[in-house]
Design a protein around this ligand. Structure first.
Ligand code: HPA
Length: 281
């Protein structure tokens, strides 16, 4: 049973650290360096956690860390799992359930994405206002086959999946730091190929601002188990369907490297603000 797997994974992690995290942070492609900024960090390789898959992608370290960030007890995924690695959606999202069981009530999820909106430039950031989960619409929801009340409601709503108050916090912090933070719709595709030009034009027509290969299933599970969600995409490349050059994974990683400090300051600023607010009566 999935619930038992989640419990066993959580028990293993608790044996390594007694920290009870209130916030879960998923670091996307090339964005894992922020994990080095945790204080009193206890790293645990995914390979040492029962029922966790393995990270097979360059730019995803493949470990979980518990520690402190801006006075907030956090659990961090340095690298995530993707459908394109061959993992089923409920496997990709198991860590979200585990992090919730450890105590996290808030999920801050990040990714590197292609900018479908022609106004977006590589190196910009985008606040995820909503998503379109293409594989999910076609039957690959992480909730498929998981009918167990202990895992949450069978038919969770996804309207307002992305928390409005936390979006306001992110907006304020970005503004204060002079960081370009667009706001838009993230569409998840299956990957691992990048999209054909005609597909990108299609994605734009249906309302996509940024396209990527992750995040949506994690958000669905987080909502099912009542977490508040904030999503931030790094625009790593242009993906409008009109470009003449090729997009590739190393280009995505390069952009991520170039904005490392900006990304780190933005996320830390948001966490600091959330910590401040949660400390208020
Ligand atoms: N398409 C899909 N996923 C991505 C892209 C892209 O252009 N860039 C980074 N992840």
């Amino acid at each position: 049973m999935l619930y038992d797997q989640v419990s066993e994974a959580a028990a293993t992690i608790r044996a390594s650290s007694s920290l009870r995290p209130t916030l879960a942070l998923i670091l996307g492609s090339g964005l894992g360096d922020l994990a080095h900024e945790l204080e009193q960090a206890v790293p645990i390789a995914y390979a040492d956690i029962p029922h966790f898959a393995r990270s097979t992608v360059g730019g995803h370290a493949g470990r979980l860390l518990l520690g402190w960030l801006e006075n907030m007890p956090v659990v961090v995924m340095q690298g995530r799992f993707h459908l394109y690695e061959g993992y089923a959606p409920h496997v990709v999202t198991l860590p979200v359930r585990v992090m919730r069981m450890l105590g996290a009530e808030v999920l801050l999820v990040t990714n590197a994405a292609g900018g479908v909106n022609p106004a977006y430039r590589p190196g910009d950031f985008m606040l995820i206002r909503d998503h379109i989960y293409m594989p999910g619409l076609a039957g690959l929801s992480p909730l498929v086959g998981q009918d167990d009340v202990r895992l949450g409601e069978r038919f969770p709503s996804l309207t307002l999946a992305y928390d409005q108050q936390m979006q306001a916090v992110a907006r304020m912090v970005a503004d204060r730091q002079n960081v370009t933070l667009h706001e838009g719709v993230y569409t998840m595709v299956g990957g691992s190929n990048f999209e054909a030009s005609a597909e990108l034009k299609y994605l734009r027509i249906i309302g996509t601002d940024a396209v990527g290969m992750s995040t949506a299933p994690e958000v669905i599970v987080a909502r099912q188990i009542g977490m508040r969600v904030l999503g931030i995409s790094l625009i790593a490349n242009t993906a409008t369907g009109n470009e003449t050059g090729e997009v590739n994974h190393s280009g995505v990683m390069e952009t991520a490297r170039a904005v490392r400090a900006t990304f780190s300051a933005l996320i830390r600023g948001i966490v600091r603000e959330l910590a401040k607010r949660s400390a208020e009566p």
